[in-house]
Design a protein. Structure first.
Lengths: 317, 565
């Protein structure tokens, strides 16, 4: 009987010393691929430390391990460098800044070099395990909490049609222009919103300057699809108009290429992508505004170009 | 501010006009002002199915004189407008601007580039393109130089590319003040060879704005360096290559650790600093009747440069281009074929895009010509978490025969153009492919009077787009007329366009557009241009409320004075 009492007492003591603190880990199943973005988007990871039992005091560290689905550890907290926290009588909420502190995480092999190159882990299925430990010997202070997640670098759309420096026939373009782009990769489960943006490039502007400063002649949101048929309804109006004098000047090579481009009407288009919460997607570009690499296209009166040949011949005769 | 700008503008205009009288100093260029007004009337009141497409009012100024002496030239390039209209970039959503923000807003350019022989001083806003992988797309307001003694090249520029903009909920996204510098060093002989080293850096000032809310803009720092090599052999063969490395800190507020990526003395990194490489190369042959070339471009997944803010990393492109003339130059063919691989760094999500273009033009005889084009863009990615990978294929085929005939008084042109476009998309969950088919036919007739100054044109277009469960039909009739008036001092141009469109079983939408240009030559050096357009659209039963309509109008008037010869 005495032995049983001792064993139960020891078990009770061990139970208290191992799991004196209750915790909970909440993680988005498809977090951003950039580990920096985990800290920026605070809702990505939440780790809750509930109030300890009365009388429990002390300090702890957060021990984090990131593993592949086969259990191989790819990165973990260097507990000698990581922050020490003091147990509180109130609920404490941590996010990725504390749970995955990049300044005290140690990654292995290709994962380390990938992080140095891109700030991201390679696309794969991972598991993150978090536990509180007591300094200085790092004995467990809470149960391990693990969550699985899939990591993939989001690639923004690539513009397909009109392709870069495509010259559209004004007589068709004034009624319709078809825009096509590739979808976001990997395709998110929730519906993404694509905003098609078209800007006129004025004289003396470069295309990116036009994009960053002009009012868009088209700003249209579509959900899920990767094609949009635009009816410009007069907005291309004057840009493409060439009169007889212009056509003769082109025939005689008197109009410089630069002038000809102005006559043609120059536009730049891009796709801005948003997730289902309306936040710009993609952590790849410098601006972090989900805007794809822009593409230039021209609108020209092709018939008039052909007519130029005929008139040129007449002039020669 | 508007008053100050106008005074400044007039003062320079008059002072430069006065200088024209001096014989050794010549001034050429132009000065102009344009007003643009926009109106949108939607009915019934509260109908929001159509959005504004231009600023309500905008005034643009242009001032581009060049003062030239036998040894010295001083070009000015001032272009600016009164109302900010930024939607993308650091000034997106900005309202009232400070002087600093006005000067560095990409809408506005204030540049002076005095030149003396091989030396150029660069002052004000400069869009400097050093190379494809270092800097080229961002305007910087500051000062620098471009020295080109003999074959040597030495360039440096430093300044501010964006000012701090405070975050406003529902307004500006906010931006940190960014200081940039760039340099180029090397040797170059035009159309012969080049060896150039480029450096470009940008760094945000962390203290320039109050901390914006979490999840918005981050203060950043980027440094990139590249080496460019170019060689041309026998004027026909060329080879270009560029290799680059970038180091980029995505958040200057992050902590540091001993293992951070750092490239001293240019950039001291922190835990958000990344480093990667990029390269591109081209080799080819150019001649009057035959061109061929191959281009390859690789951008590492972490390659980022402040000089190209929209550059999409993690990709590899190959492209083969060719152009040739045949049959006594009566046939011209241009073609390209290539592949782009996205997500190169990820074996699981690698996506391949096929690119193929062909354009064939033949002048069959004096009357007939034909243009044929074919474009194919295919995109395919691995499945990742989904049962099927993404697969989108876009195919476009077009044929445009043209017939011209003429007599001593007229040239007639009749052109028929037909385009077929097919776009297939695979559903990543079911694997089913949906086809989106588009047919477009356009008939154009352009009579040209050789003895008169009238230039009319007529066209009819039919368009149909079908995809499962949805059908759009459009038909457009349009006509245009250009004619001179007042002894050719005024050019009049007008266009009328009517479009009928129908979606599924809804009743038709009707659209009427009228526009006209009146360009007048007030004297040898002054032109007055005017443009007016109106666009009336009446929806069928597809709108909510049914039969809504809008009237959109555009008005632009501008005066341009050209000085010098």
């Amino acid at each position: 009987m005495k032995k049983i009492f001792y064993i139960l007492s020891i078990l009770f003591f061990v139970q208290n010393s191992i799991a004196q603190v209750n915790t909970n880990l909440v993680l988005s199943p498809t977090p951003p691929s950039s580990l920096l973005q985990w800290s920026v988007n605070r809702e990505t990871l939440t780790f809750i430390v509930f109030p300890a039992a009365q009388g429990t005091q002390g300090q702890y560290k957060i021990k984090t391990e990131i593993k592949l689905s086969d259990g191989t550890v790819v990165g973990k907290t260097d507990l000698n460098k990581s922050k020490t926290y003091t147990l509180s009588s109130a609920t404490t909420i941590y996010n990725a800044t504390d749970v995955v502190p990049l300044e005290s995480m140690v990654f292995n092999g290709k994962y380390k070099s990938n992080l140095e190159k891109t700030g991201k882990l390679p696309a794969d299925n991972y598991e993150i395990c978090v536990q509180l430990v007591r300094p200085p010997d790092f004995v467990p202070f809470s149960e391990i909490k693990c969550k699985s997640f899939y990591l993939a670098a989001t690639q923004l759309p690539i513009l397909m049609k009109p392709y870069n420096e495509d010259v559209l026939d004004y007589d068709i373009a004034k009624t319709t222009i078809i825009f096509r782009w590739t979808p976001v990769v990997p395709k998110p489960k929730a519906l993404v919103t694509y905003k098609i943006l078209v800007f006129e490039v004025f004289e003396n502007q470069n295309p990116v300057q036009a994009m960053r400063s002009n009012f868009p002649v088209l700003s249209q949101e579509v959900k899920g699809v990767t094609q949009y048929i635009w009816q410009p309804r007069g907005i291309l109006g004057e840009a493409a108009y060439l009169n007889k004098e212009d056509t003769l000047q082109i025939t005689n090579n008197k109009l410089s290429d630069q002038d000809y481009n102005i006559k043609r009407g120059k536009y730049v288009w891009a796709i801005q992508t948003f997730d289902n919460l309306g936040q710009p997607l993609g952590d790849g570009n410098v601006n972090a505004d989900g805007v794809s690499e822009p593409t230039l296209f021209f609108v020209s009166r092709k018939v008039k170009d052909i007519k130029t040949d005929a008139m040129g011949k007449q002039a020669e005769q | 501010m508007k008053f100050t700008l106008t005074c400044f503008f007039l003062f320079f205009g008059f002072s430069l006009s006065a200088q024209e009288k001096k014989t050794k100093v010549s001034v050429s260029g132009n000065i102009g002002v344009t007003y643009e007004g926009y109106g949108l009337n939607r009915n019934p009141t509260g109908f929001s199915g159509y959005s504004q497409r231009k600023p309500w009012n905008q005034v643009r100024f242009t001032f581009q004189p060049t003062i030239t002496t036998p040894k010295f030239s001083l070009p000015f390039n001032f272009n600016f407008n009164t109302t900010p209209t930024n939607v993308i970039g650091p000034y997106a959503g900005i309202g009232k601007q400070s002087i600093g923000q006005f000067i560095t807003n990409p809408s506005n350019n204030f540049a002076v580039n005095p030149k003396y022989k091989w030396a150029e001083l660069q002052l004000g806003t400069q869009y400097l393109n050093y190379s494809n992988l270092s800097t080229g797309d961002v305007g910087v307001f500051g000062a620098g130089f471009d020295l080109r003694p003999d074959v040597w090249r030495l360039k440096f520029f430093t300044g501010v590319s964006q000012q701090g903009v405070n975050f406003f909920s529902g307004g500006a996204n906010g931006s940190y003040k960014r200081k940039n510098w760039m340099a180029q060093l090397g040797m170059e002989k035009e159309d012969n060879y080049a060896l150039l080293f480029n450096f470009a850096k940008g760094k945000d000032d962390k203290t320039s704005i109050p901390p914006p809310p979490p999840g918005s803009v981050l203060p950043q720092e980027g440094f990139s360096m590249s080496v460019v090599g170019k060689v041309t052999i026998d004027k026909n063969w060329y080879a270009n290559v560029e290799g680059a490395q970038s180091v980029y800190t995505k958040d200057l507020f992050q902590l540091t650790s001993p293992t951070d990526v750092t490239i001293k003395p240019f950039l001291t990194g922190n835990t958000s600093t990344i480093k990667d490489y990029a390269a591109e190369g081209a080799i080819g042959h150019k001649s009057k009747n035959f061109d061929i070339g191959v281009k390859v471009k690789y951008l590492g997944a972490g390659f980022q440069t402040v000089g190209y803010p929209f550059l999409q990393p993690d990709r590899m492109d190959y492209l083969l281009n060719t152009r040739f003339n045949a049959f006594k130059n009566k046939t011209n063919v241009t073609a390209s074929i290539g592949q782009r691989t996205n997500n190169v760094s990820s074996t699981a999500l690698k996506a391949k895009q096929f690119i193929g273009n062909l354009n064939w033009f033949s002048q069959i005889n004096d009357n007939w010509s034909v243009n044929i084009n074919y474009n194919n863009f295919g995109f395919q990615s691995n499945s990742g978490l989904n049962p099927f990978g993404i697969k989108n294929v876009s195919n476009d085929f077009g044929i445009a025969p043209t017939y011209t005939w003429s007599n001593t008084k007229m040239v007639h042109l009749l052109s028929l153009s037909y385009n077929y476009s097919k776009y297939d998309e695979r559903d990543v969950l079911t694997g089913l492919t949906t086809s989106n088919n588009t047919h477009t036919a356009l008939l154009t007739y352009v009579p040209s009077f050789l003895t008169k100054d009238l230039t009319p044109d007529f066209s009819v277009m039919y368009f149909i787009n079908k995809l499962p469960g949805f059908k759009t039909t459009l038909a457009t009739i349009s006509t245009g007329l250009a004619l001179p008036a007042f002894k050719k001092k005024v050019q009049l141009r007008g266009q009328l366009q009517y479009t009928f469109s129908k979606n599924n079983t809804f009743t038709a939408n009707n659209n009427f557009i009228a526009s006209c240009n009146i360009d007048a030559k007030l004297n040898k050096k002054t032109t007055w241009t005017n443009y007016f357009s109106t666009n009336y659209f009446k929806y069928g039963t597809e709108s909510t409320p049914v039969n809504a309509n809008y009237l959109e109008s555009n008005f632009r008037t501008g005066l341009m004075y050209r000085f010098g010869k």
